[in-house]
Design a protein around this ligand. Structure first.
Ligand SMILES: [Zn+2]
Length: 298
């Protein structure tokens, strides 16, 4: 395969895309809600010195480990990047969203919020019931310090040949190491996190249920880009419903590369096409592309 073809397909990122979003340390505006992108669909949200984590995926196993081995949370990588945690929420239980959640909770003694599938993985990891919180679509809201957390039922986009990868549920406690396929998709949720400053909606897979988003507004949308072609009109439908002021794309990077390596797009992801669709939308929200581990103030 020609390297030029490969480079175009995986498109290294034009640094101009980051316009003003380069800080790699926590912004000091303490009154703001501050947000860090962790790669994949992972984010850290900080308000009043409380740290909330969404779909954190720091283990980032290599393709060889993923395809031939059994995986488990990589504690050294987690410890390196997670210095404080007051809560972790997971939108669906694929390994690249759910794998590290119980390890973070165990290290910092905080709760994990997720579907029964995600909680069964946490149980298998050895997290006690006292740290498990069931997150239900249209279910009750949870309070964690300054954060109000709730969830909206959603869907996972098909990715390969019209299929959702690793379909099904995690019906019993799942122990690791295990092959990546054991992290079944489970229930898919959109996560809503309200801080005293902003409302944030985390859409960890590029699909949606329009009726569920009716009447929901969000200041900030964290939008998965991989698989968006499988959901016709994903971007306009999402923006029509939520009318956000700011959109931050995620899940566009190759999450099998180390966090320290230069970022590369997932082959075929088309981040630029996503950006163009956001810019064309009549509500014209601001768009920020964050560098890996980059911070921004909301
Ligand atoms: Zn997934």
């Amino acid at each position: 395969m020609g390297s030029r073809w490969w480079r175009r397909w995986t498109m290294s990122i034009d640094p101009q895309l980051y316009h003003g979003c380069l800080p790699s340390t926590l912004p000091i505006d303490a009154a703001a809600t501050r947000l860090q992108w962790l790669g994949t669909a992972g984010f850290r949200i900080v308000h009043d010195d409380k740290h909330f984590w969404l779909d954190p995926h720091l283990s980032r196993h290599s393709p060889r480990q993923l395809l031939t081995g059994a995986i488990a949370p990589e504690l050294a990588k987690i410890v390196e990047h997670v210095d404080a945690a007051h809560g972790v929420a997971v939108g669906h239980s694929h390994f690249d969203h759910a794998l590290d959640a119980p390890a973070i909770a165990q290290l910092h003694g905080c709760p994990v919020f997720g579907s029964e599938d995600t909680l069964n993985w946490c149980r298998g990891y050895g997290l006690p019931e006292s740290q498990l919180r069931l997150l239900q679509g249209n279910g009750p809201a949870h309070q964690v310090g300054p954060f109000t957390l709730s969830a909206i039922p959603s869907l996972h986009s098909p990715l390969f040949a019209g299929q959702i990868p690793f379909p099904g549920r995690i019906e019993r406690p799942l122990t690791a190491p295990a092959p990546m396929r054991n992290w079944r998709v489970g229930e898919t949720l959109v996560i809503k996190l309200q801080t005293p400053r902003v409302s944030i909606l985390h859409v960890g897979s590029a699909a949606l249920i329009d009726a569920e988003l009716q009447g929901v507004q969000a200041d900030v949308v964290l939008a998965c880009t991989i698989g968006r072609h499988a959901t016709p009109g994903f971007v306009p439908r999402l923006l029509d419903a939520l009318r956000p002021k700011l959109v931050i794309p995620c899940h566009w990077d190759q999450f099998w590369r180390p966090l320290t390596a230069p970022v590369r797009q997932i082959p075929g992801n088309d981040l630029q096409g996503f950006i163009d669709e956001v810019r064309r939308h009549p509500t014209a929200p601001e768009l920020r592309v964050l560098p890996l581990l980059g911070w921004t103030s909301l």
